[in-house]
Write a protein that binds this ligand. Structure first.
Ligand SMILES: [Zn+2]
Length: 682
């Protein structure tokens, strides 16, 4: 036995306070111990860890703050237990030192159990806050062209599946997007087509909504920003709140101009190389590294309309100083769902010195600030979009009987953003800063789901080069499920991925041969042996029991992949594909008992379990391929899915099964796609 005089230990800075660690068991046991001192007004750094921890307060007064914002007062004699991954901080609220002793150890089983809880979508559904509305935003598309599969595979498809799954969990979830009419790219397209920006926006926003419909994307609110009632007045009011922040100023900073036409150059008016990574880039954002630029600071800049080298001179605009919001943005991101790539981008951008980003630009197409001398400028369309989401909530509320106010965002609103990596800066850095500037007291709860580019046969999709597979080329009511399943398998999630028509057609062949082939054979056998009525399970073999367990494992895995923490359509689709393959293998392995009178009870169980697998397949595909899900449930004598299954359920015995002549997939997928242009650079 040894006794440690804690007060004699030498203290070192750790976790934002002074700590000493005590080698209680001479490094032989997996238990750590320590001693900590927090000065008045001090607080430990926010953290989560995988160890179990117990700490005892020895001296002073404080509070522990837990997940969900609970605060509990603690003093001498109190013992605090921290489970793995519990967010916790200890704050000194007294006038003297707060002193504590701590012990912590790894317990693998507890850590895994807690991690499962954290990742489990089911767990979220039991949250009493489940009634709070969840607003799922996908970046409003720019109406300068129709949508191709690169666009569709990203935010729109992701947000659609996410919102559908949340609704199956019983949550109040809405998909909100719109048409980003005031983009400068709309003006550029108008010049090309000899049309006004309004004509261009109106034409392509119609095309875009048609294409989203063809992909079966359910949208609860689609805001046309150049037509939405009261939108302009509210945008101006929002910006007045933003401008009231000390971090928002009118500044005459450098800007790029065309020396021949004197045009102000930003976004598509200027191109060059990204000042951060050196890749070819347009003005204001680099698609490669995701970092913003200020247009005038690009390397080798060229005015796209005249080919002239821009000149740089000061131009007074409204700007926001992003550094002022660094702690707020990074702190919120660490606590929320945000990928490592997003966190790294925010760390880099917010480390820039005095980063003043213009939020108005000299321009006529858009909404002008109220300042009389700013009538020749408009709010930059990206900051405008940050308000557009709030406007969408109010407009949706008016139609659904909710008194939601765009200019009074609520703490219980959950925001989920879906966007491509090239728009990360706007969604994850600029918007939280603008919201903080406009509504300092609002605790915005925002999570981020980012996708990477889906490339087309080895090179980027390109609207301007007309190198794309357009949604309308491949989407029909007969092909949409195959396209959705293929996009789920192949969309870019952690890295860029590739699309090809031949791979889409291979997926279609798989769906016909494996999914449809198995379901038809199952339908045939139920018809032949049980007059087309689902049999009850009879005698269970060890193999049957193991298969039931396997189905439950697949169900749990799919639930995790659709849920917020583990959201991945790549993995959801892979697991669903494995579910079908495992069931085909199970059916093959157990077919030998078919037709043996003595084993009829056992073979009934084989059929009942295949029907349970088919039922799981129908439920698991409800968010992903809703038409297939509905058709399969109908073939099993079930209504369309309305609730996510919490366990594996057998199909009720006696249900009419009509699978033997069901055709779920069309033979004709991708036949009308125009030949893909060969890359210019190749
Ligand atoms: Zn770059």
């Amino acid at each position: 036995m040894r006794v440690f005089k804690l007060k004699d230990q030498s203290l070192l800075p750790a976790f934002g306070i002074q700590m000493a660690s005590v080698d209680a068991f001479s490094g032989t046991a997996d238990v750590g111990a320590g001693y900590g001192v927090i000065e008045p007004e001090g607080v430990t750094a926010f953290h989560r860890h995988d160890e179990c921890e117990l700490f005892a307060i020895l001296e002073g007064d404080g509070v522990v703050e837990a997940d969900g914002g609970d605060r509990i007062a603690v003093g001498p004699g109190d013992l605090v237990a921290i489970s793995p991954f519990d967010k916790h901080v200890l704050r000194n609220t007294g006038s003297g030192k707060l002193v504590f002793a701590t012990a912590y150890w790894r317990d693998a089983k507890t850590a895994v159990t807690e991690a499962e809880k954290g990742a489990s979508a089911q767990e979220e559904a039991t949250d009493p806050a489940a009634e709070a509305p969840c607003f799922v935003f996908s970046t409003p598309p720019t109406p300068n062209g129709d949508l191709h599969l690169g666009h569709l595979s990203g935010p729109y498809f992701g947000a659609d599946v996410f919102a559908r799954f949340q609704r199956l969990l019983g949550k109040t979830a809405f998909h909100i997007t719109g048409s980003d009419d005031f983009q400068s790219y709309v003006i550029a397209k108008g010049r090309q087509l000899n049309k006004t920006p309004q004509e261009v926006a109106d034409h392509f926003s119609r095309e875009i909504t048609e294409t989203l419909d063809l992909l079966d994307v359910q949208i609860d609110q689609f805001t046309l920003t150049s037509h939405a009632p009261d939108y302009e007045r509210q945008v101006k009011a929002f910006f007045q709140s933003v401008a009231a922040s000390d971090s928002v100023q009118r500044r005459a900073d450098s800007a790029a101009f065309d020396p021949t036409t004197d045009a102000y150059l930003y976004e598509c008016d200027i191109k060059g190389r990204c000042p951060t990574c050196g890749s070819g880039s347009g003005g204001n954002i680099c698609e490669e590294c995701g970092e913003p630029n200020l247009a005038y600071d690009m390397l080798d800049p060229v005015s796209t309309q005249t080919g002239a080298t821009p000149v740089v001179r000061p131009c007074e605009r409204y700007t926001i100083t992003l550094n002022d919001f660094a702690d707020h943005i990074l702190g919120a991101m660490r606590e929320s769902k945000a990928s490592a790539r997003l966190q790294a981008l925010a760390e880099r951008v917010l480390a820039r010195e005095a980063f003043h980003v213009p939020i108005t630009h000299p321009q006529t197409w858009g909404i002008s600030p109220t300042d009389p001398d700013m009538a020749d400028q408009v709010f930059w369309v990206w900051p405008e979009m940050s308000f557009g989401f709030l406007y969408g909530i109010e407009a949706l509320g008016q139609r659904t009987g909710h008194d939601w106010k765009a200019l009074e965002p609520q703490d219980n609103w959950k925001f989920v953003h879906f966007f491509g990596y090239d728009n990360s800066f706007y969604h994850t850095i600029l918007y939280p800063a603008l919201y903080k500037a406009a509504f300092p007291d609002w605790h915005a709860d925002i999570e981020y789901h980012v996708n990477e580019f889906l490339c087309l046969e080895g090179d980027k999709f390109s609207t301007s080069r007309q190198r794309a597979v357009w949604g309308k080329e491949v989407l029909t009511p007969e092909t949409v499920d195959c396209v959705r399943f293929h996009l789920a398998l192949t969309r870019g999630e952690v890295e860029r991925t590739n699309f090809s028509v031949s791979a889409l057609q291979a997926t279609n062949r798989e769906l016909i041969a494996e999914w449809q082939g198995w379901l038809q054979a199952l339908g045939d056998e139920v018809l032949e042996r049980h007059d087309g009525v689902a049999p009850d399970a009879g005698d269970w073999s060890v193999d049957h029991q193991a298969f039931l367990q396997l189905l439950e494992q697949h169900r749990q895995q799919i639930e995790t992949c659709y849920g917020s923490a583990g959201f991945s359509l790549n993995k959801a689709a892979e697991t669903i594909r494995t579910l079908v393959r495992d069931t085909i293998r199970f059916a093959k392995g157990n077919r030998h008992l078919a037709g043996h009178a003595a084993a009829a009870d056992r073979h009934r169980t084989t059929l009942a379990l295949q029907l349970a697998a088919a039922r799981l397949l129908a439920d698991a595909t409800a968010p992903l391929t809703p038409r297939f899900s509905e058709a399969l449930r109908k073939g099993l004598g079930l209504d369309p899915a309305s609730v996510w299954p919490r366990t594996i359920e057998l199909l009720p015995a006696g249900n009419r099964v009509t699978l033997s002549d069901q055709r779920f997939f069309s033979e004709k997928v991708g036949e009308n796609v125009a030949p893909i242009k060969v890359t210019d650079a190749a």
